[in-house]
Unconditional design. Structure first.
Length: 297
């Protein structure tokens, strides 16, 4: 007999959409029922965002009752998404680390929004991030369409379910890639320069994100499989800024081929970005030479 997942009817928000999407990762063949009827709630296998009870042992995950359903250590209250993720996230992802990473990157933001907690303030007047809550809002029927809330909800849950599956895969692979970067850092003779083995196609985003959390690295050399080129990349001060610890020499900016070879003194240099955060080379050896030249500049 199929499991029954119950949530409230009428208007929907990010927390109940993602809570149901999470429940369907556990019970993919479950029936989803949108109701506020106590009889249906009482017989459900999982109850989300309705019923005014939080009891993880009984799979009751609501936070609307007096006093809520608890806060995290950082003060963000739990919503239905956070509550079911807290119980089943490790089982779903197969990793406590990945479960916590997704809680930090996605779940907490949705929980905060549903509980009226501001996480960001705009720095530019009139410009705001298009966050995931706005994506969910687009699945609601407009005032001209009328009705169809259940159908739109299930359509949105289908999207969120696929999104979660993809996010879990990405975070698992990211965690493995981060360990590759850390191993390269630990084995580097000079911690200011980290070289990633050619067989790993990690991308500069993941690599510099890891190295920005370490105190010594200025540069990293890696192979870009998509471009079939070696890259030398400058490491940021930290992951909250574009400021670099040591930009590549200004004289290299926006130079190509022979001109960059002349400016850098490195045969095989190909191109340097005008913002001096990245340059490319034909070979690993040339990229390391460019790094040494930049370190000594």
């Amino acid at each position: 007999m199929p499991k029954k997942i119950v949530t409230h009817n009428a208007i929907f928000h990010s927390d109940d959409v993602f809570a149901v999407a999470t429940a369907l990762l556990i019970y993919p063949d479950a029936e989803v029922i949108r109701t506020r009827g106590e009889d249906l709630i009482r017989t459900a296998d999982i109850v989300l965002d309705v019923g005014e009870i939080y009891d993880a042992d009984k799979n009751r995950f609501d936070h609307h009752q007096f006093g809520g359903a608890g806060d995290r250590e950082n003060g963000i209250p739990y919503s239905s998404f956070g509550l079911i993720w807290k119980k089943f996230g490790e089982e779903i992802t197969g990793s406590r680390f990945v479960m916590e990473r997704i809680d930090q990157s996605l779940v907490q933001a949705i929980d905060a929004g549903d509980n009226g907690v501001d996480l960001f303030k705009p720095l530019v007047l009139g410009a705001k991030p298009y966050h995931i809550n706005k994506v969910i809002d687009q699945y609601r029927p407009t005032w001209k369409e009328g009705g169809g809330w259940d159908e739109r909800f299930l359509e949105c849950v289908g999207w969120a379910n696929g999104f979660l599956k993809r996010l879990i895969q990405v975070e698992r692979d990211m965690a493995e890639g981060e360990n590759v970067v850390l191993d390269a850092y630990r084995s580097a003779p000079d911690k200011r320069l980290v070289v990633i083995d050619e067989k790993y196609d990690l991308g500069r985003g993941l690599v510099t994100q890891v190295l920005s959390n370490l105190p010594e690295p200025f540069y990293v050399v890696l192979y870009r499989h998509d471009h079939q080129q070696w890259q030398l990349v400058a490491v940021r001060m930290n992951n909250d800024t574009f400021d670099l610890r040591k930009p590549l020499p200004e004289s290299w900016a926006a130079t190509h081929d022979a001109e960059l070879e002349k400016e850098s003194g490195v045969i095989g240099a190909l191109f340097c970005h005008r913002r001096c955060f990245m340059c490319t080379a034909k070979t690993r050896e040339a990229a390391i030479e460019l790094a040494q030249a930049a370190l000594n500049s």
